[in-house]
Design a protein. Structure first.
Length: 213
């Protein structure tokens, strides 16, 4: 079985992929989507680097490794395990760990591609069970906005700081560690919200959780 880590040990494949943390965040967002797209749809989104196309066998290896990354995230969700490594949740010179920022950048890039999936699920949810969707919780649109706002802030903290006045910059710097500490809970809410929306769609989960042969 080829794992995601294995792909970064093969130079011919590594050149086709972004940095590993970005790929991890990207595959997390794909796994979290209310409607998971087929591999032939989302894998090309990730392979943005130029390079000679590898042989068919290496392309198969690439696909196997990326699917392993997808299944890893799905299994973590199913088991209520940590959604990203604890070591990412640290500060470096008062700023988010660069690996966390890269992971979140990948997540946001995939989410942007997957917005039609989220919108379709949202529309169906409103049509079929608007009153039942998270009826005992905060409005779903506010929850998603909060998630994306935090992801965006920590994905590029320098940009976030530059867009604030001096008082706001100081406040953001003072609270940077608290914001990073919120990431696990916010990721859980992002996953939970996607699950609520997926409830109105055909169940795809079993199609992506089978172990590789």
């Amino acid at each position: 079985m080829t794992t995601l880590d294995d792909l970064y040990l093969e130079p011919t494949l590594q050149v086709l992929l972004p940095e590993k943390a970005y790929t991890q965040g990207f595959t997390f967002a794909v796994a979290t989507s209310p409607e998971i797209p087929m591999p032939e749809t989302w894998m090309p989104w990730l392979m943005t680097k130029s390079g000679d196309l590898p042989s068919t066998s290496l392309l198969d290896t690439l696909a196997e490794g990326l699917m392993d990354g997808l299944r890893t995230h799905l299994n973590a969700m199913r088991l209520n395990a940590a959604l990203l490594p604890q070591r990412y949740l640290t500060l470096s010179a008062g700023m988010p760990n660069p690996t966390l920022s890269l992971w979140l950048t990948g997540l946001l890039a995939a989410h942007a591609k997957l917005e039609p999936c989220w919108q379709r699920a949202w529309t169906l949810a409103k049509q079929s069970s608007a009153d039942d969707l998270a009826q005992d919780k905060e409005d779903p649109s506010k929850r998603l906005t909060r998630c994306l706002k935090l992801f965006t802030t920590l994905a590029d903290a320098q940009m976030a700081l530059s867009m604030r006045n001096q008082e706001q910059r100081l406040l953001l710097k003072e609270n940077m560690s608290k914001l990073v500490a919120q990431i696990p809970a916010i990721l859980e809410d992002y996953v939970e919200l996607a699950g609520e929306l997926a409830g109105v769609l055909p169940n795809q989960f079993e199609n992506f959780t089978q172990p590789s042969q």
